[in-house]
Design a protein around this ligand. Structure first.
Ligand code: HAM
Length: 432
């Protein structure tokens, strides 16, 4: 006998139902439009990749690779992983298709689900959506500033308020290596007071201790040496020019030498945008990014400097002002009795063929309940079909905003709906 208990979604993985979709669509459309204006084209890569891609790029000692990946052996014995982020896949595709031989600079964007087995909380999920950009072939620093400015512009156009832009530079791989040792030497005498996790990280990945949320760890780190003091001349010049360009673009930022981020592929520019408003809780990193100049080469390609960022769509939605999620329809067809159902089906088809959004409820409900539903669906107009009107060759058209009702002929009905919609449109953008 089959088990009748309902099956629930995997923990930390969410359904998004149609009523919540308009906000998602607005966010996705704004992202796509902004990316297009800045010269980025969309790339789509598989959700599943060979596991070594992430191990080699994100780094073995990172939380993502050591604890959070959904990895499995498929029937052909290959080790595969559900992508935890988009950069590694983009670089793999860039190398695999020898894109660098075709154009000197490539600007790509992507939008899709990512998978990390983290502890679920508000704003932190096991399947979450990212929108991201990757720019290959430009060493910066102007492109770095352009990318940061672009995200800030996007967030403010969406109405996300109260954001803070943090920037830092990690310098070259060698600098990071030297900093790792400097930091380890600084933290060693405090080891006994460090949190358990940070004790572990002192061995595996001391930079991440700077990210620790433990108050004692934070207190110890307050006096830690700054990576910015270890930068070589070229890295320092790159970082100075980045901050100058950001200032010239009018983008506010704060230099945060303790910003390290949890992925190993970064070098030089690093940034994160944190939010404070809306329903965001502790998961306040709205987006993060940085330069990964060595990664294309490390994954078997040429030496191509690159930079990118990604933002978490769920977190942006939590940070957005809570507007009503009204779905709207151009017309709802209502019948006074079921004998009109075939006529209603034909009318619905002609409305939709004309490009209008239209719905009808032909389940034999009362007029009252059909009208209530039309209201709930946000109908701009309601078209009522009844035998008496049919005998006169008309339908009743109800303007739901003006609360006015009139007879229109079958031939005029589409034009009449369009007239109502035109009344709502802004005049020549003057009210935008
Ligand atoms: P990331 O900082 O790991 O960077 O993730 C970017 C953003 O994804 C975060 O700022 C956050 O908004 C969102 N995010 C991450 N994990 C979760 C989660 N468990 N639940 C909900 N949202 C989450 C990257 O992924 C890099 N690939 C960014 C990048 C692109 N760097 C260079 N190019």
């Amino acid at each position: 006998m089959s088990d009748p208990s309902p099956i629930r979604a995997v923990k930390g993985m969410n359904d998004v139902l149609p009523d919540a979709m308009p906000r998602w669509h607005r966010l996705e459309a704004a992202f796509r439009e902004t990316a297009r204006r800045y010269g980025y084209g969309e790339v789509r890569t598989p959700l599943v990749e060979p596991t070594p891609l992430f191990v080699r790029s994100i780094g073995e000692a990172t939380d993502i690779v050591s604890k959070e990946m959904y990895t499995f052996v498929d029937k052909g014995d290959d080790m595969l992983t559900l992508r935890p982020e988009g950069t590694a896949s983009a670089v793999r595709a860039y190398v695999e298709h020898s894109v660098n031989g075709q154009e000197p600079v490539s600007k790509w964007y992507y939008l899709g689900p990512m998978f990390r087995r983290e502890r679920p909380a508000r704003g932190r999920y096991r399947q979450f959506w990212q929108a991201g950009l990757e720019c290959f072939g430009d060493p910066g620093p102007q492109i770095d500033a352009e990318m940061i400015e672009m995200v800030v512009t996007l967030l403010s156009s969406l109405g996300v308020q109260d954001i803070e832009v943090l920037v830092n530079s990690l310098g070259s791989r060698e600098t990071r290596g030297r900093y790792r040792e400097t930091l380890r030497a600084f933290l060693q005498p405090h080891e006994a007071r460090l949190s358990e996790e940070s004790k572990q990280r002192l061995i595996t990945n001391p930079l991440r201790i700077l990210d620790s949320k433990s108050p004692t760890d934070q207190e110890i780190c307050a006096g830690a040496p700054s990576i910015l003091d270890l930068l070589d001349e070229a890295d320092k010049k790159h970082f100075d020019e980045l901050t100058q360009t950001l200032t010239a673009l009018g983008t506010k930022f704060r230099v945060e030498p303790k910003l390290v981020r949890g992925l190993d592929y970064y070098s030089r520019t690093l940034f994160e945008i944190q939010g404070k408003g809306g329903e965001l809780g502790a998961q306040n990193a709205l987006c993060g990014g940085g330069r990964y100049d060595g990664l294309v080469k490390e994954l078997g390609g040429p030496d191509v400097p690159s930079i990118g960022f990604a933002m978490g769509l769920e977190r942006i939605l939590l940070a957005l002002p809570n507007e009503a999620n009204v779905r709207s329809l151009d017309a709802v067809v209502v019948v006074t009795e079921p004998s009109m159902n075939v006529k209603a089906a034909v009318l619905l088809k002609s409305l939709r063929d004309a490009g209008l959004t239209a719905e009808g409820d032909l389940r034999g409900q009362s007029m009252k309940s059909q009208l209530r539903r039309a209201e709930k669906l946000g109908a701009r107009t309601v078209i009522i079909l009844g035998p008496a009107e049919e005998a006169r060759g008309v339908v009743q058209l109800k303007d739901m905003r003006a609360r006015h009702q009139e007879d229109v002929t079958h031939a005029e009905v589409i034009a009449a709906v369009r007239t109502r919609l035109a009344m709502d449109a802004p005049i020549d953008g003057a009210t935008r």
